[in-house]
Design a protein around this ligand. Structure first.
Ligand code: AMP
Length: 112
């Protein structure tokens, strides 16, 4: 099923893009929870982390590399979070695998 992020990847919906290569696109979250809140989205259509095939694990390496690059670019090396919500109970609302890169302020300890 096509999600809103597929439409962004296909260029059918605009986004505030900060990075793109053949495998990944990254853009500012439309409802930021911190001064820096970027979504790092693998282009491959995978609904959530749990569905990631072992042959596609290299995607995680790509995501981490992009997160490191963007953390430097957006000056949040002092502290940032990289997270994914897996499934509705975890708060996932867009069912296309993506990672939140969050920083730019003192983040709380709350996870639930
Ligand atoms: P999640 O709840 O983990 O599935 O995260 C989905 C995120 O996508 C939320 O933080 C939304 O604010 C964000 N979002 C939804 N639509 C858009 C959009 N068109 N452009 C940028 N971010 C979006």
């Amino acid at each position: 099923m096509s999600s809103i992020f597929d439409q962004i990847i296909e260029g059918k919906l605009p986004c505030d893009k900060v990075y793109e290569d053949e495998a990944i696109i990254a853009f500012h979250d439309i409802a930021p929870q911190a001064p820096v809140h970027i979504l790092i989205v693998p282009k491959k259509r995978v609904q959530k982390l749990q569905d990631l095939d072992s042959k596609d694990m290299h995607i995680l390496e790509d995501v981490v590399k992009v997160a490191q690059t963007l953390a430097k670019k957006f000056n949040i090396l002092e502290g940032y979070r990289l997270l994914t919500n897996n499934g509705a109970l975890a708060g996932q609302t867009v069912f296309h695998l993506h990672f939140h890169l969050i920083g730019g302020k003192q983040l709380g300890h709350q996870f639930g």
